[in-house]
Design a protein around this ligand. Structure first.
Ligand code: PL4
Length: 400
């Protein structure tokens, strides 16, 4: 029989979100009358707004016409790449530096093919699980003996450092995954902090993979939405982003990566040339319908809809955070991010997850699922219908 890829065997646990879904299912089976509300997985709930939806519909309609039909688009529609550069980066990038994808997570997984086994990676701890699990699958991280993985450097983000890590352990000639606004802590790095990240990466010869999937939730205008707002980032950073949470495209699937032309490996080859090679070899582009929706999302009306949708989820975040604070639970996040990071000192976060599910029939995400420093925390997601969020908050009063 064929052998199992040993990298898969190196994974220490199942993927976090299916595990949450499994526990929810088990609870629902045991309590068939329970009206469970999910504030767990960050999955959008509100309908795609009218102008953006019309873009999707028009994209589908055109496919049924001789003059509007299109097939493979490889790196993505030129117009979409130009518009992303104009809207998100002030036109600073050429279309050949913007790569259209089917989402940020998918690109994070594929990007790991550029570096291969033996490339050390630093991650914020806690962090979105794909950075670590993807590194293990790509063979860049080994099982190791403790709770973590060999080849992964954990950068603890705790209340003591205001959720911005000490960067001194950033590896030499390695990778740094950095997410701001952060999933799960909700913390947003300020300009000075991002400048220190860029400085550390340049000094160590490391490459930053900056996940900006939640940048459109930033309301504080002093906070940077992109790593490229910091000088020097073009020499040391790739940025991934997505329409998932802003346009409600979690199911539609559309995102992008920025790979600046001047980014190089130690050997001097251009990283963007290899990224083009990887994408054209194992990815056949995002759906043309999704790209038509993306174009609509980037014009004036679409941008207003994105603002209104993200305002709605931020409104949910405010309601959840206030409800938790009212019963004495200390929280961060939720102001420039859709996640509320709530502290249950000295508690096992899976136990707190179970307690909230049992007492309130509310699904959350245990902090330990995001890394060792997530122990004692639970993440509440602000993606939900308003009446569900309000009902969940009423039930959460029982925790007080
Ligand atoms: C559940 C920091 C959510 N099944 O939709 P994409 O691929 O453009 O973006 C995914 C993504 C990328 N970067 C960050 C994210 O937080 C997410 C989505 N995370 C969550 O609850 O943490 C959805 C998770 C989904 C998954 O595994 O991604």
């Amino acid at each position: 029989m064929v052998h199992r890829n040993p990298c898969i065997a190196n994974l220490k646990a199942g993927y976090l979100f299916p595990e949450i879904a499994k526990r929810r299912r088990e609870y629902a089976q045991a309590h068939p009358d329970a009206k469970i509300i999910s504030l767990g997985v960050g999955n959008t709930t509100e309908p795609v707004m009218p102008h953006i939806n019309a873009g999707l519909v028009e994209g589908a309609r055109r496919l049924g016409t001789v003059e509007g039909y299109s097939g493979y688009q490889d790196e993505g529609l030129l117009e979409l790449r130009e518009k992303i550069s104009a809207v998100y980066y002030g036109g600073k990038f050429g279309a050949d530096e913007i790569f259209i994808s089917d989402g940020a997570k998918c690109d994070i997984g594929r990007l790991q093919l550029l570096f291969g086994a033996g490339t050390k990676a630093a991650v914020q701890d806690p962090s979105y699980p794909v950075y670590v699990d993807g590194s293990v699958l790509a063979g860049a991280a080994g099982a190791g003996s403790g709770a973590g993985y060999d080849g992964i450097v954990y950068l603890p983000c705790t209340a003591a450092n205001n959720f911005f890590p000490d960067l001194s352990p950033v590896p030499v000639n390695g990778l740094v995954y950095f997410c701001s606004p952060n999933n799960p802590t909700g913390a947003v790095a300020d300009r000075e902090q991002l400048a220190s990240l860029v400085d550390a990466a340049i000094k160590k010869g490391s490459l930053i993979i900056f996940d900006a999937a939640y940048s459109e939730f930033i309301r504080d205008t002093a906070l940077p939405k992109s790593i490229y707002e910091v000088e020097g980032a073009r020499e040391c950073a790739i940025e991934v982003n997505s329409f998932s949470k802003t346009a409600g495209f979690t199911g539609v699937r559309l995102g992008w990566s920025v790979v600046p032309a001047q980014l190089q490996y130690e050997s001097g080859e251009r990283i963007s040339a290899d990224w083009n090679r990887v994408c054209s070899t194992i990815f056949n582009g995002a759906s043309n319908i999704a790209q038509a929706g993306g174009l609509a999302a980037l014009d004036g009306e679409g941008q207003k809809e994105i603002r209104s949708l993200t305002d709605f989820y931020l409104g949910n975040a405010h309601i959840i955070r206030s409800a938790l604070q009212k019963i004495g639970i200390h929280c961060t996040g939720g102001d420039n991010s859709p996640y509320i990071w709530s502290h249950f000192p000295d508690r096992d976060s899976w136990e707190v997850f179970s307690e909230i599910l049992e007492k309130c029939q509310v699904v959350t995400t245990p902090g330990a699922g995001f890394g060792p420093a997530g122990g004692g925390y639970v993440r509440f997601s602000a993606f939900g219908h308003r009446n569900d969020v309000e009902e969940a908050c009423r039930r959460l009063e029982q925790l007080g």
